[in-house]
Design a protein around this ligand. Structure first.
Ligand code: SF4
Length: 447
């Protein structure tokens, strides 16, 4: 009987991409995937350090896995427990002390070593634990499986990793290391493989995706704008998106790509974090609100119908009522159509960790709620605009119950649902919208 693996993923799109790669390592070794905890001979947790209490979440998850491992042991079935990702990178061997039943700890830049580690474990080096935490992004991408086992209509493709910006609240520069860009050749090969396997949309990923500076096909430095032109030539690829962009790294080729490359979707996630220059400076974001707004206007000049989303941190140490009001004013100016917003929470290891917190929790919650209501207002209004109008939707998912229910995304990244007799998976169509909601839209059925 084939041995089975399960990968549980926490966190961002980059972690989702990494988890797919980890799964492909297992497929390449001949293992089978399972979604049932008790069936997993290999249980991988791919951790994320961005959200609050990441460490606690890992150990609480490990508590559940320990019970599973114990139960399976009673039936003479072994479970190899693997902790991967950013918390693995940050915690390292510490994980074995708190959870001695973990077998392998592997950082976010060294999971390509899993085949080797699995082989060692399989060779029964009794009670031996393995830890790999090197920052070797080049070697990681070089050694990942070249075969494709997961087929998706919309696929992530990591082109850049790590960050040199050191925003004071962020752990990424410590857990993912310095900026690294893959070569155009490597990216092109992976993109073509995805498209040959049914992908219609590629979402280019990077912690600082627009800081991309990989080597082009003539051994010269490329940038994200130029890369988009190259990828757009792939026949069969219908849509391109990128995330997460940093305002400081917007560049002329990228602005031009928004104008000239039809496949580049008119939706840009451009985090600002705060609308106050004082707070932006305290965060070490390296741009002012005025500069940010200039960028927004410039992108709009190049692509008239582009819409924006952003990230906001509420209650950063030192944030006054006036600072918070400035964030609300900025939202009124940009009218974001989607956003992620959180109360600031200090992350161990970051420079902001020891800053004095001047705000009561209740006030932070109040500010978050005010901010989210405003964001909701703009998102709902934006969605309402499309009732009785058409949106271009790529359907990535279909559930066949009595009829099909298909889910897809519009060019503006709105979730669209349609109930149909027809299976829409993989189709891109102009669809008339019937109803709008806060976070989604319902389309008129086609039959
Ligand atoms: S730009 Fe700032 S927030 Fe983004 S990954 Fe780098 S350090 Fe973190």
């Amino acid at each position: 009987m084939l041995e089975k693996f399960k990968v549980k993923t926490f966190g961002c799109q980059m972690n989702v991409y990494d988890s797919q790669k980890i799964s492909e390592i297992f497929f390449d070794l001949g293992y089978k995937n399972t979604f049932i905890d008790q069936e997993a001979d290999f249980y991988v947790i791919n951790t994320c350090h961005i959200r609050n209490k990441a460490k606690e979440k890992l150990y609480s998850e490990l508590g559940k896995i320990y019970k599973i491992k114990k139960n399976r042991n009673k039936k003479n079935r072994n479970t190899i427990v693997i902790v991967a990702g950013c918390v693995a990178q940050a915690e390292g061997e510490e994980i074995f002390k708190r959870a001695p039943f973990v077998d392998i700890v592997v950082g976010s830049q060294s999971y390509q070593k899993l085949p080797h580690l699995i082989k060692k474990i399989k060779n029964k080096i009794k009670n031996k634990k393995f830890v790999e935490l090197d920052f070797e992004p080049k070697s990681k991408f070089d050694h990942l499986p070249k075969n494709k086992y997961i087929h998706e209509v919309s696929s992530y493709l990591t082109i850049q990793e790590g960050c040199n910006k050191f925003c004071k609240f962020c752990v990424v520069p410590y857990t993912r290391g310095p900026e690294y860009s893959r070569s155009v050749k490597e990216i092109l090969n992976e993109a073509e493989l995805l498209v040959n396997n049914g992908t219609k949309e590629i979402i280019l990923l990077g912690q600082n995706v627009n800081a991309y500076h990989g080597q082009d096909l003539n051994n010269k430095e490329c940038n994200l704008g130029k890369l988009i032109y190259i990828l757009a030539k792939i026949k069969g690829l219908k849509r391109i998106r990128y995330m997460t962009a940093h305002p400081k790294d917007m560049h002329d080729d990228l602005y031009k790509a928004h104008k000239n490359v039809e496949k580049l979707m008119p939706f840009l996630h451009l985090p600002i974090q705060s609308g106050s220059n004082k707070i932006l400076k305290a965060m070490n974001r390296n741009y002012s609100v005025e500069e940010y707004l200039k960028i927004i206007n410039k992108v709009k000049e190049f692509r008239k119908d582009i819409v924006f989303s952003s990230d906001f941190i509420v209650g950063y140490p030192g944030e006054t009522k006036e600072d918070f009001q400035k964030t609300l004013d900025l939202i009124d100016k940009v009218k974001y159509v989607q956003s992620f917003s959180f109360i600031y929470s200090p992350r161990p290891g970051t420079t902001a960790y020891n800053l004095k917190d001047n705000l009561k929790e209740s006030e932070k919650k109040r500010r978050l709620s005010v901010l989210q209501n405003k964001l909701r207002f703009y998102q709902e209004n934006f969605n309402k605009n499309f009732v009785k109008k058409s949106l271009n939707v790529l359907f990535s998912n279909s559930i066949n119950e009595k009829n099909y229910q298909s889910l897809g995304y519009s060019q503006y990244m709105q979730l669209v649902r349609i109930n149909n007799k027809k299976d829409m998976q993989g189709k891109i169509e102009d669809i008339k919208i019937k109803k709008s909601f806060y976070k989604s839209l319902e389309a008129v059925s086609l039959n």
